[in-house]
Design a protein around this ligand. Structure first.
Ligand code: HEM
Ligand SMILES: [Cu+2]
Length: 542
């Protein structure tokens, strides 16, 4: 096996000037740029959330001068977080890691890969430019008509049009990316890398790509119809002239429910790589995990109307039952993860700690979500802060925890140096406290009846809990400081990583850190889903 450890990142592979980065088609550089740009959007989305929380700290309007501005804050917060942070961040990890994990030299279509990357900042800039052009969109990240067809409070309405155009661009990026992943995974695997020897992360990217390919064109059509309604006198969604607003909701959720799996499956894939490494055991039930992932993906297309129970326009028993069914494959995964750790030799390095954060927080998000699958409960909780609590336990407690687990885990491969463990743990503790302080009280105000998407509230019983949530949100913001500091310090003077600092078993750890442009000088023989384990224990021929 090649153990040619070349000098760390900044000194060699990544030297190339700005021009080289901007024009690169190397999946590793593209992956890193995906990750950096999504992280910047995470910070922007976070600032918008701080705006929301600052306004809600007290009853009355203090921070924003009118509701229109509040509406822009939460609409842009959610849009940026979902479409410019979580989805591209996970795609960025996929880009960096998938070719390495299957022993390929690059993605199948490197230039299309670069296009997928560059569509994202383009879409992001268009979206954010609306703040300079008469105000951002105000109709929420769901943009339901009739709200999204109005010219809202204090706005020229261009914000909504820019929102539509930007989402179409970002969607195009996702569609191209998913085709690229599918062709790469099916066509570029190294000899011996059969489908059932692929790392779990590769499987989750595969299933995610199928979801994107089936669902994203559907929302693109809804966005185009909305654009036509707004600008060219269309009537798709206008009941007064024979259209249907519920039609929009159906199309939107036909995309957006599968999209929630796009936001979580790759994160599940990442922690499924991390838990076994830090338990020093193989993943328990490898195939069961894969089938559970495929089942979640398939069921995901039959539950969209659980977002529409209260419209009165959907067949309640069917969508309720199908939603409950998704708990089964999800439960299988929890069983896999817990059994993997059971009697393992656990080490609590930072990636492992974030993975455990994922397990516990995502569990809460799964359980409080199951409440809303029950129709009568949903009628009570729909559009309250309960839902906001639920979605943040899933997206922050799940996806964001997974993202940080992945960052700490693969940073040494990307840059040749380790991140600092102490700073990592400090970040985790502050973030974990902040996250629960922010989002747990939202369950309580939700049960007390506080609606989501309001700038002001008169009920004095909600004030303390809201103040608590606002304090929590600033705690989360503080937790970003040790992380950013960690990255800057470690890039220069972190411990040299070597090829395989975690003693992991998947192929990306068989090459140098960072890998050479073509990825591998030499590939170990692949006889199982843990080729490096086989190599260490002499289970290969030669
Ligand atoms: C920095 C931590 C965060 C804080 C303090 C925060 C805060 C909030 C609050 C208070 C709302 C409700 C606004 C309202 O209904 O008036 C909200 C909505 C939302 N947030 Fe976050 N959030 C954070 C992170 C995230 C992340 C990481 C994601 C996604 C990955 C996300 C996605 C959403 C979505 C989808 C909504 C729904 C907006 C809507 O109703 O249209 N948030 N957030
Ligand atoms: Cu859903």
């Amino acid at each position: 096996m090649a153990t040619t450890t070349i000098a760390p990142a900044t000194a060699s592979t990544y030297r190339g000037g700005l021009y080289e980065w901007l024009t690169t088609t190397d999946h590793k550089k593209i992956g890193i740029m995906y990750i950096i740009s999504s992280f910047i959007f995470f910070l922007i989305g976070g600032l918008l959330a701080l705006g929301v929380r600052t306004e809600l700290a007290q009853p009355g309007l203090q921070f924003v001068s009118n509701e229109g501005i509040y509406n822009q804050l939460f609409t842009m917060h959610a849009t940026v977080m979902i479409f410019l942070f979580v989805i591209p961040m996970l795609a960025g990890f996929g880009n960096y890691v998938v070719p390495l994990m299957i022993g390929a030299p690059d993605m199948a279509f490197p230039r299309i890969n670069a296009l997928s990357l560059w569509l994202l900042p383009l879409g992001g800039i268009l979206l954010l430019s609306s703040f300079l052009l008469g105000g951002g969109a105000q109709a929420g990240w769901t943009s339901y008509p009739p709200l999204s067809e109005d010219r809202p409070l204090g706005s020229t309405g261009y914000g909504q049009d820019l929102w539509i155009v930007s989402l179409i661009l970002i969607g195009t990026s996702s569609i191209l990316g998913s085709i690229n992943f599918l062709v790469t995974i099916f066509k570029m695997r190294a000899p011996g890398m059969t489908l059932f020897r692929m790392p779990i992360l590769v499987w989750t990217v595969l299933v995610t790509s199928v979801l994107v390919l089936m669902a994203t064109p559907v929302i693109t059509s809804a966005l185009m119809m909305l654009f036509i309604d707004r600008n060219y006198g269309g009537h798709f969604f206008d009941p007064a002239t024979g259209g249907s607003a519920v039609l929009y909701q159906n199309i939107f959720w036909f995309y957006s429910h599968p999209a929630v799996y796009v936001m979580i499956l790759p994160a599940m894939g990442m922690i499924s790589e991390i838990l076994p490494v830090f338990s020093r055991k193989p993943l328990f039930g490898y195939k069961a995990f894969i089938f559970a992932t495929a089942a979640i993906g398939a069921l995901g297309f039959s539950v969209w109307a659980h977002h529409m129970f209260t419209t009165g326009a959907v067949f309640l028993p069917f969508f309720s039952l199908m939603t409950f069914l998704i708990a089964v494959p999800t439960g299988v995964k929890f069983f896999n993860w817990i059994s993997t750790m059971w009697r393992g030799q656990l080490t609590f390095s930072t990636p492992m700690i974030f993975a455990l954060g994922f397990l516990t927080m995502f569990l809460i998000g799964g359980i409080n979500g199951a409440f809303s699958a029950s129709v009568p409960v949903d009628f009570a909780l729909h559009d309250t802060y309960w839902v906001v609590a639920h979605l943040h336990y899933v997206l922050f407690g799940g996806s964001v925890m997974g993202v940080f687990a992945g960052l700490y885990y693969w940073f040494p491969k990307m840059f040749g140096r380790m991140l600092d463990e102490t700073l990592g743990k400090v970040q985790f503790i502050i973030m974990f406290i902040g996250l629960n302080l922010t989002f747990f009280p939202m369950h309580m105000v939700g049960l007390a009846g506080m609606p989501r998407r309001i700038a002001d509230y008169a009920n004095s019983g909600w004030t303390d809990l809201n103040l608590l949530a606002t304090i929590g949100s600033f705690t989360i913001a503080v937790s970003m400081l040790p992380f950013i500091w960690n990255v800057f310090v470690s890039l220069r003077s972190g411990k040299i990583a070597g090829d395989n600092p975690w003693e992991a078993n998947t192929l990306e750890w068989a090459t140098s850190s960072p890998p050479p442009p073509y990825n591998f000088d030499h590939l170990p023989e692949i006889r199982s889903e843990r080729p490096l384990f086989d190599l260490r224990h002499g289970k290969t021929g030669h």
